[in-house]
Design a protein around this ligand. Sequence first.
Ligand SMILES: Nc1ncnc2c1ncn2[C@@H]1O[C@H](COP(=O)(O)OP(=O)(O)O)[C@@H](O)[C@H]1O
Ligand SMILES: Nc1ccn([C@H]2C[C@H](O)[C@@H](COP(=O)(O)OP(=O)(O)O)O2)c(=O)n1
Length: 417
Amino acid sequence: MARHLKPLVQRWSSRVFSVELDGAPVYFGIREKLRGATVLPAVFSRLQKEDRCYSLLVCNWDRIRGDRFHWELRDKLLKDLPPGSDVATMSSFLPDEKGSLVKGYFFKSRAENSPLIEGILSDLEHTDPVLVCSYSQSEDGQQWTQSLWSHAEKKQMKFYVVPSEAPEHHPSALNMINSDVFYSLDEACDVLKKCGDIIPETQSVLRMLPSRVDARRKPDFPVIVIEGLDATGKTTLTESLRDTLGATLLRSPPQCLSTWRARFDREPPIIRRAFYAVGNYITAEQICQESAKSPVIVDRFWHSTAAYAIATAVTGPVSNLPHDGSEVYCWPSDLLQPSLVVLLTLDPEERTRRLRNRGLMKTDEEQELDHNKLFRDRVEEAYRRIIGPLCITVDASPSADLVLQQVLLLIRAKCHL
Ligand SMILES: Nc1ncnc2c1ncn2[C@@H]1O[C@H](COP(=O)(O)OP(=O)(O)O)[C@@H](O)[C@H]1O
Ligand SMILES: Nc1ccn([C@H]2C[C@H](O)[C@@H](COP(=O)(O)OP(=O)(O)O)O2)c(=O)n1
């Protein structure tokens, strides 16, 4: 076994394994010995007798390259594995141990495809930072065992799979800080600098970086951020506020990054989120300049960056989010805080109607939105949990003019405009 993979198996039987089934994680553990009868973990109880299962865990020898490799591995598996392999995202972690999360994939195969699978796995194991495990079923079908694939023939290396209690929060919460959400410009820049050789565009992004902005400097005029899911009316409202208040309208990511946004949207979370984080600091510098002259309205800012990142990193219901008050919701200490954040909310039917009227909605996107109800709930809840500037939720379902009037009242009350 490659040297960098060894730490992963040192506390092997203390690890919990998590496989995403139907959009939420299910858990199992491994034990050297079985005491009494145990129920089969949900991942295995739904398998057929002829199925064989495998897991691939990507060892984070370098978190940026590791995440990128993990990201690309999915496409490779979907392309190379036989149809019906049901590739599922998986992870392994030590309960409550920050930074212990290791990402990977779990898939099944039928016995007749074994030669093909063996070829793929041995290529992967030889050239890449992956630890491969295989799972096999006992004769009577009552038990499954997990072995390191390269040791599968050695009896003493087998572990029984057993059910494991769900942790209090989704395992992704263990590795969120400075991987999904960045809490300083330095941390975000560090990631972008390190991927300069794999993504040449990062050089251009880094050139846009502001000189240091004093985050504690109080702007002369109020700075109001408008937040909310897509199609809740941010563009409509921010433009009306600009016209009514004679304000400057800015957005994050800023216009100067628009050429590179699509490029970074194709990257794994660590790189993509670092790009958006840096975008906030560039917008912050523009806010500083403009707020000396007039009120400033901002279309999306740090709430969007953090809430989408947190909501994407975890799966399943809102209860899987890191708990309310967790440090992951804290505002970065070096980022300017707006005077007020207005969060627009809309019931899903009206949002769908607006998306459709805007003419950008395709049929499969509609289905995707329905499918993603849990995701929307997680984003909105993460928005609400963010600790920092004053954030007020506004129901965006009345007419555009009524929403504008309500937000103007709020701004006058809270920002004395
Ligand atoms: N209060 C409102 N009532 C009805 N339709 C609205 C309202 N606000 C915006 N819209 C319409 O809904 C669609 C989405 O609004 P938009 O401002 O583009 O949202 P966002 O910028 O949040 O994606 C647009 O077609 C817009 O004209
Ligand atoms: N300041 C920002 C703005 C957007 N993002 C990310 C969060 C989401 O993944 C997307 C949302 O962007 P989207 O294109 O839907 O935004 P609009 O509502 O169309 O303005 O961008 C961010 O991370 N930080």
